[in-house]
Design a binder for this molecule. Sequence first.
Ligand code: MTE
Ligand code: LUZ
Ligand code: MOS
Length: 770
Amino acid sequence: ARVGISRAHESAALHVAGAATYIDDIPELAGTLHCALGLSPVAAGRLLGIDLAAVQAMPGVVRVLVAADIPGTNDCGSIVHDDPILCDGEIRYLGQPVFAVIASTRDAARRAAALAKKVLQVEPAKPVLTPRDAHAGGHYVVPPMHLVRSTSGRDAEGIRAAIAAAPHRLTDSLDVGGQEQFYLEGQISYAIPKEGGAVHVHCSTQHPSEMQHLVAHALHLPAHAVHVECRRMGGGFGGKESQSGLFACVAAVAARALRKPVKLRLDRDDDFMVTGRRHCFWYEYDIGYDDEGRILGAEISMVSRAGHSADLSAPVMTRALCHFDNAYWLPEVAMHGYSGRTNTQSNTAFRGFGGPQGAIAIENILDSIARRLGRDPLAVRRANFYGIGERNVTPYQQTVQDNILEPLVGELEASSDYAARRAAVAAFNATSPVLKRGLALTPLKFGISFNVKRFNQAGALVHVYTDGSILVNHGGTEMGQGLNTKVCQVVAHELGVAFERVRATATDTTKVANTSATAASTGADLNGKAAQDAARQIRERLAACAAARHGGTPEQVRFANDKVFVNGRELGFDVVVGEAYLDRVQLWSDGFYATPGLSWDRETMTGRPFYYFAYGAAVAEVVIDTLTGEWKLLRADILHDAGKSLNPAVDIGQVEGAFIQGMGWLTTEELVWHPESGKLTTHAPSTYKIPTANDCPPVFNVRLFDRANVEDSIHRSKAVGEPPLLLPFSVFFAIRDAVSAAGGHRTDPPLTAPATGESILRALGAVQAG
Ligand code: MTE
Ligand code: LUZ
Ligand code: MOS
């Protein structure tokens, strides 16, 4: 078998040797010019004019481009087309690209672009900066969404009455911050003009087909004249799903205008200032519950900070609403989602895509209910779990078919020694006045598929050469997650050959057309199936050819261990391939896959948006210093469901990475926009703190829950890219537990995320006062 086994990332040796080619490593063609963007110094207003001559006069400057120089459409919007490439007169946020400088060197381009502060004549206006202000003014990037479900046939009004009639009631609000993707390779595009006005763009992107379309529209070209290519990204995390578009378009417009290759590579600070990130959310909720902590009715409003344009904010909000249930059955629920329009960067996809923002709200609610009832939060969580055969329909009407919450959580509870450690934490806290420990177990359920049905398709192309080596190309992109490794494993398995025979090449719009973003964790599910389809067709042709030559039926021919077994004989794979070539058999094939069974009604927000669910759970133990607000993660235990994992080593890497990344979101990564100017003040690693290797807990037990997917996914595996980002909820709620302990568990801490030192001290102040 070539699947189900751990093997190193296909580029691991290149990564560690510094020999993997990223866009900026591609040898530059003679005559290559460099681009930098002039950014708006104000958050809102009108652009009255630009003193272009001053920029043009800077050393090394070849040309300055503005919106009017774009030959086609000035738009790089994803789904909704409301996103100008360069400012069209209306200033939407501080950091918005207004002009592009093309110069002989990158340094010269950047120096000239920095003149933006002086050469732009603007009439500033008062910016709308927070979700609260956007909501108060009714400013949204897409219409509000409502998802209402009642098992007793009530409407939203009736659900409100049910909440009011419940034995207990919880009315509260919560703030959860956004998060910068912080891919190590920043946004970059390198555009090369081709004959007849065509263009070839090397772009660090999760979505080459979208880049192709955006560039085609910007240049007013048919799609066939735009070639987009990406061998790998140095991380994407959702930040290169749509937002690589602006840079691809500017580089392509410049290359076309100057008939020279043009590279646009963002500086880290500019990357922060120009591009969006995870949406911060503000929630207000009203919950009715019983003595056991079971939720009887829930109403919640979620307001996100969408930024200046729609981008992916609508599907992000949809996923947030479809993950408010997380692992729990809600008999009566009314949810309202508002994507607030603000004069800030346009927020976008980030690992989890709204799912984490939806689910953390209910985890906060259950944690509060437990504290109010004086029960262990795990008992309250369990009391609300989805059932099997009953209490198993989600608010959006999808039946949860594959519920493994109880066995998974039970196994983790035992392996992490939860009960004994709960007692040990209590004993520690009883004698420790300053340091307080906290413990939490949180579960997750995450829906797999794009919640936009049409995106759930993929294509692949497999070539077998006459020497028996195999090249696979598919629509997915490699961003470090190991997609190419998995797809190569699938192809090697299908043809019964050694992994080393198979090579994956750059994602390329001229090879597989009309691809979807590599996103929603579906990369291996979709492209693995498409590549399997292509490889299977080649195997069947080889089998027919071998049987014709050597006897027996094609069905009896076996492919394994790099050999072909036919009519009692054992032949090398390359021998059979060579024979097939002589017999004029087609040795390459395309493959295609579309996820079955999906449906979604946008109006009623009901259907089956997800092919299946992935599950997981984590236990975290922390200690906080109640004088300084400092904290430390002492131990984390994780049990995560990757189905029958295609590659356990890669999947465990994804789980560990997502856990630490999500922990950063919920603890140290804080975004601050200046309340008057609207300037993002945290725009570099000096002021924005992501976790490092040192932040891994000293005890970090990560295991996969080895059980086949009930759906016919690729080799019964499950998608693993995003779901584990919800595992570090355990860290946040362990901190909340420790804060609560400082108040003698009498009150429910108003802890906001990220739980920075300041946030912890504020929450401590409240519990100690209460
Ligand atoms: N892992 C690495 N190393 N780098 C990344 O950029 N992106 C994540 C996840 N894991 C990412 C990653 C996100 S946001 C998604 S949607 C998935 O990988 C996409 O890849 P997949 O569908 O192949 O899992
Ligand atoms: N839906 C989704 C999407 O669930 N995840 C995504 O990444 C996505 N991207 C674009 C549109 N819908
Ligand atoms: Mo991932 S946020 O779906 O790119």
